[in-house]
Design a binder for this molecule. Structure first.
Ligand code: ADP
Ligand code: MG
Ligand code: ZN
Length: 557
């Protein structure tokens, strides 16, 4: 049957060979296995169900949440001479009835259906008199609470499967499956996880970078001008920002179009059309733009603000370079982005989903603060183990040398412990920099030995150091009513001197002087060791002469 699949790939679709993963997934489906297929956006998931649909008898059902996409897909199939149709809310009741009537007579190889339709009476009626060998669930992450786009209507798919013949195969397809989402998909659709086809998420032609601490508008202006005549997308978090950037780019003489949900449908459609037809260079948009568009020559995607999670980021950034040519994905990061996204999550999240969304937001922020390979970070986020550094992202090509910041890290970690591990970043930075902030004083934190030990730095620098330590998993974040920080297991290794910390963006402390409170603390520590009565669980050392002694301290984990 695989022979047949290859033949159809050439005769119907005109492609010489399968891409990675396609053949394996098709073969799994044709052997009658429930299968999950995880491939990056643009990886070619449609063919994975379209080819089996042509080979298997009867009609393949395709569940898809994207109404506009269904029409495009069906149009494309018609051009290829494949009988297909869709049922969704864009059809009148008469049209829907006529389509179902035709389906009952076996008129289609593929029938696309919106998930909300599955339990309608008419649809259920139709199921009784039609042969369905395969149900393809597109954008299958919608089934999981852990996905970035959970849709309750997707839960109906499991009930649908119960009603179909026992030998009906289910094929779940998605581009955004973290291990947890994948597990949910497999559980809900009775897929043996052994039948997972996962292809590399690496996009070798994309170079990722994060730009921090710069005037974003100035950066964007230079960037867009430098890349003029190339197609690019600029994503912003809010409609208002999209409008502002658009006006501003126009004023600069840049050929920009825009897209967001606040515009009239006709305007949106015409702006999209101009961009797709290469009549405009730059699309400025909210995340509403891009789902399902197939424009291959996008040379860059700039995120003017940080999105709410890695799934959204990789999906949006991944729209660059579908043609395989070198393309850039740049994020312009500012810490206030986290506040904005937090606010949006607060506004929109359902009860019970908040902590998941906040955890994802944290992982997104970690991406912005990490100094390791960005591509590797992405791959590991999506479940690859130990991804190799890419050698081309902003961090891999950062030529600054790393400096040791173990001491500074220990100061921060030890301060967190002294504060009881139940406060946020901002107040921790305030304590470390010796702020006279009312809350600091009210809580008596000015009496801590770590009060002011990083006073030669600004609160902003220290906050950034904390964020860096979060991104390297030395500090953990607890997402309660407001986020609090604690010392993670790896952070304890740093505190006890078993692990060093290096950073390119160094916050250097001055030489510790003899009258430094820290020094006094270490003297006390030495005393207590000498007296062998009390050994504090965490040790900070700030002076190499004390290193030996600290190394000899018993481990009291
Ligand atoms: P996905 O759903 O994974 O985002 P699509 O199914 O929309 O991706 O396919 C993306 C593009 O790749 C389409 O233009 C499609 O025609 C093309 N494509 C798919 N499979 C192949 C192949 N084997 N060889 C060449 N191009 C392919
Ligand atoms: Mg698709
Ligand atoms: Zn890299």
């Amino acid at each position: 049957m695989l022979e047949k699949a290859r033949e159809l790939l050439q005769t119907y679709f005109g492609y010489p060979s399968f891409r990675i993963g396609q053949e394996q997934a098709i073969s799994s489906v044709l052997q009658g296995n429930n299968t999950v297929c995880v491939m990056p956006t643009g990886g070619g998931k449609s063919i994975v169900y379209q080819i089996p649909a042509l080979i298997l008898p009867g009609t393949t059902l395709v569940v898809s949440p994207l109404i506009s996409l269904m029409k495009d897909q069906v149009d494309t199939l018609h051009q290829l001479g494949i009988p297909a149709a869709f049922i969704n809310s864009s059809l009148s009741p008469q049209e829907a009835a006529a389509t179902m009537e035709e389906a009952v007579h076996g008129g289609y190889k593929l029938l696309y259906v919106a998930p909300e339709r599955l339990e309608s009476y008419e649809f259920q009626e139709m199921l009784n008199s039609i042969q369905i060998p395969l149900v393809a669930v597109d954008e299958a992450h919608c089934i999981s609470q852990w996905g970035h786009d959970f849709r309750p209507s997707y839960l109906q798919i499991a009930r649908l499967m119960d009603k179909l013949q026992d030998n009906t195969v289910v094929l779940a397809l998605t581009a955004t499956a973290t291990p947890r989402v994948r597990e949910d998909i497999c559980d809900s659709l009775a897929i043996d996880s052994a039948n997972s086809v996962l292809t590399g998420f690496e996009r070798e032609n994309l170079s990722f970078s994060v730009i921090k601490g710069q005037d974003r508008l100035a950066f964007l202006k230079d960037y867009v001008k430098k890349n003029h005549n190339e197609a690019g997308i600029i994503y912003a978090a809010t409609r208002k920002t999209v409008d502002q950037l658009y006006e501003w780019l126009k004023k600069e003489g840049i050929d920009a179009v825009r897209y967001h949900a606040g515009m009239r449908d006709v305007d949106r459609a015409s702006e999209q059309e101009r961009f797709l037809k290469d009549q405009a260079d730059v699309m400025v948009a909210t995340s509403a733009f891009g789902m399902g568009i197939d424009k291959s020559n996008i040379r860059y995607v700039v995120h003017y603000q940080m999105p709410k999670n890695m799934e959204s980021y990789y999906q949006e950034a991944g729209r660059a370079g579908r043609d395989g040519l070198q393309s850039e994905c740049t994020m312009l990061y500012s810490p206030q982005d986290v506040q904005i996204q937090r606010f949006l999550i607060d506004q929109s999240s359902e009860q019970g989903r908040m902590s998941q969304e906040l955890e994802k937001l944290q992982q997104m922020a970690d991406y912005c603060h990490t100094e390791s390979c960005l591509q590797a970070y992405i791959l590991e986020y999506f479940g690859e183990e130990e991804a190799e550094p890419c050698g081309r992202c902003g961090n891999c090509t950062d030529t600054r040398t790393s400096v040791e910041v173990t001491k500074e890290a220990q100061m921060v970690l030890s301060c967190i412990i002294r504060m009881g591990q139940k406060f946020g970043k901002a107040i921790t930075a305030a304590v470390l920099t010796g702020s006279r902030n009312k809350k600091v004083l009210d809580l008596g934190f000015n009496k801590l030995s770590t009060y002011g030990i990083l006073k030669e730095h600004s609160a902003k620098q220290v906050t950034e150091l904390i964020e860096f330590l979060i991104s390297t998993n030395l500090i953990g974040v607890e997402h309660g009513a407001y986020p609090t920080i604690y010392v993670a297991p790896a952070g304890k290794e740093v505190l006890t001197g078993k692990q060093q910390v290096f950073r390119k963006e160094a916050v250097q402390i001055k030489q510790v002087s003899n009258d430094d409170p820290l020094f006094e603390e270490l003297r006390q520590l030495r005393k207590s060791v000498a007296e062998a009565e009390h050994v504090p669980p965490f040790v900070i050392f700030s002076d190499s002469s004390l290193k030996d002694m600290c190394a000899r301290l018993p481990q009291t984990e």
